[in-house]
Design a protein around this ligand. Structure first.
Ligand code: CA
Length: 225
């Protein structure tokens, strides 16, 4: 899951980023409206967290422009004042939800999860593919009722595969959704993480469901057992 946080206050942006990265999200930050519009049209984000109070182009305008450009990612607005007028303006500009500052990270995180569920074809709270089960809110994954010990990145990768069972997912798609622009490490990071994941979800169970599709990417097969 990839988030874009649009916030000019550097400390606040860094705090939010750290919180979401710990939960396994890929997070990009834009410090102003212009960068936000550029980033959001350049890459695919699963949710945008948009501060209303930005220098220059404000959050309302960013949201309006993005909707005009066809960006359909859920948008959660952060408003400084609990004014009805602000909430109405935000929703009119195309936002899906709003949260008034100050807020708790736990609430923001819960609302992002709610937006992600609501987005693209009503996502279920708990995802199941064969005997694999993943509960993003609880950071829990099991296979055949056995607990899987996954890092946040492995969890995010598994969630991506479980959202698209039996579909081929390319390395680029995986990089786009699980890593962020700040990532400039090894180009084989995807292959490496897929192999970590296999060691945890397949090998101990004598399975071979996370398949390599040569020259294209990977596929999580729904096995009949
Ligand atoms: Ca701000």
């Amino acid at each position: 899951m990839r988030l874009l946080i649009v916030e000019d206050e550097v400390r606040m942006a860094a705090l939010l980023r750290r919180g979401f990265v710990e939960e396994g999200y890929a997070v990009d930050i834009a410090n102003n409206g212009t960068d936000a519009v550029w980033l959001a049209t350049e890459a695919t984000f699963d949710t945008l967290i948009l501060d209303v109070m930005l220098p220059g182009v404000d959050g309302f305008e960013v949201c309006r422009v993005l909707r005009e450009k066809g960006c359909r990612a859920p948008v959660l607005m952060l408003t400084a004042r609990d004014a009805v007028e602000d909430r109405v303006r935000g929703l009119d500009a195309g936002a899906d939800d709003y949260l008034t500052k100050p807020f708790s990270f736990a609430e923001l995180s819960a609302r992002v999860r709610a937006l992600l569920r609501r987005g693209a074809s009503a996502r279920p709270t708990v995802r199941e593919v064969g005997d694999l089960r993943l509960d993003p809110a609880a950071h829990r994954a099991t296979r055949a009722d056995a607990e899987l010990s996954l890092s946040p990145k492995e969890m995010a990768l598994l969630e991506l595969f479980m959202r698209h069972p039996d579909e081929v997912i390319t390395r680029t798609q995986i990089l786009d959704h699980v890593w962020d622009f700040a990532y400039d490490g090894m180009s084989n990071v995807v292959d490496q993480y897929v192999s970590y994941l296999r060691r945890k979800i397949d090998k101990p169970f004598g399975r071979d469901d996370l398949q390599t599709v040569r020259g294209v990417g990977y596929r999580l097969r729904t096995s009949e057992r």
